[in-house]
Design a protein around this ligand. Structure first.
Ligand SMILES: [Ca+2]
Length: 330
């Protein structure tokens, strides 16, 4: 009884708190140079979205000690036959565009297709959350206020740049379009590749692929190097000798699973062997990960793997992108 009575008033309180917060946010947007017409059209439409805040609170903490699940079941689910088949079809459909973007950026065609496949299943689901409402609600909630406030203002600047408000839909956390760019990534990195003057990451395959390629170039992708290679580790391998003792300032739990750096030639000398194909160039540096522990498939990961982590900092995500790309190109 008590709960039933208090629920509506808590909601009303959230809405009035949110509206009070918006007046400060409006000042920040004006100070950041957002056009008055954009502010006048957007702010009256905003209301608090409890659902995105609930979804944000369900996110696992970055620094807890919960057990890390096995990669093999994730791989089976995310690098599945349907996604591979659709990736190969997309690759064939987009060959001429992909070749042009690869020539310009050095990013392999199959990597761009694999990102598209992993983010939105090649554009099948790009999310229906109203981006401005989500970002303002998450900023108001406050757990990561500076991130979401910055992304909210970046989304307003997308409207300033001519992106229709109707395009600003996406994931609950503010990612939008085929490549699931946050608004700040759109402003910095989205490209118009089909020549109509508008970087359309929602409706144009050419613009989507060029924008992903540009993201990877800006994040430091090195042409001519693989993302990584699946390897076997010999019995009795001395893992302590290759331990990495540095703590990464960025997503430390992800990087903590990597060994120290060695060249491919050094890994070969330690008895590591590719599961198929030949060794990458001897001088390429790589770390090792054993996502399912000793005795299972391990991977040597190059600097280009870190570029995939820059897109989405998760080992399972980055491994799946690399493995899907390999399957698409096979
Ligand atoms: Ca375009």
């Amino acid at each position: 009884m008590c709960l039933l009575l208090s629920a509506p008033s808590a909601m009303a309180q959230d809405e009035s708190g949110f509206q009070a917060y918006l007046s400060g946010l409006r000042s920040s947007a004006i100070a950041a140079g957002v056009r008055p017409a954009t502010i006048a059209s957007v702010f009256p439409t905003l209301s608090y979205n409890q659902r995105v805040v609930d979804l944000d609170r369900q996110q696992p903490e970055q620094n807890n000690n919960s057990a890390i699940p096995m990669f093999a079941p994730y791989r089976t689910q995310h690098v599945d036959a349907a996604r591979i088949r659709r990736g190969r079809a997309t690759y064939q459909e987009q060959r001429s565009r992909l070749a042009r973007v690869e020539a310009q950026t050095g990013v392999p065609e199959e990597i761009m297709v694999a990102i598209w496949g992993h983010e939105t299943n090649y554009g099948s689901y790009t999310g229906n959350f109203d981006l401005l409402r989500s970002l303002a609600s998450l900023a108001y909630e406050g757990r990561r206020r500076s991130l979401f406030q910055g992304e909210f203002i970046a989304a307003l600047k997308m409207i300033d740049r001519g992106v229709p408000r109707s395009r600003l839909v996406g994931s609950w956390a503010g990612a939008t379009g085929n490549p699931q760019f946050l608004p700040s990534a759109y402003l910095r990195l989205a490209r118009d590749a089909d020549g109509d003057g508008f970087a359309d990451i929602w409706g144009s395959a050419a613009d989507t692929l060029a924008s992903i390629g540009n993201y990877f170039t800006q994040a430091g992708w090195r042409a001519g190097e693989p993302w990584g290679v699946a390897v076997d580790v010999p019995a009795g391998f001395d893992r302590v000798a290759v331990t990495n003792r540095l703590v990464s300032p960025r997503c430390p739990r992800v990087f903590a699973r990597h060994s120290g750096w060695r060249t491919m030639a050094e890994w070969r000398a330690l008895g590591i062997a590719p599961q198929r194909g030949s060794w990458p160039r001897d001088t390429i540096q790589a770390v090792m990960i054993e996502p399912d522990g000793p005795g299972r498939t391990a991977y040597l990961l190059t600097g280009n793997y870190r570029v995939i982590l820059d897109y989405n900092c998760s080992n399972f995500y980055a491994l799946s992108v690399g493995l899907l790309a390999d399957e698409i190109a096979r």
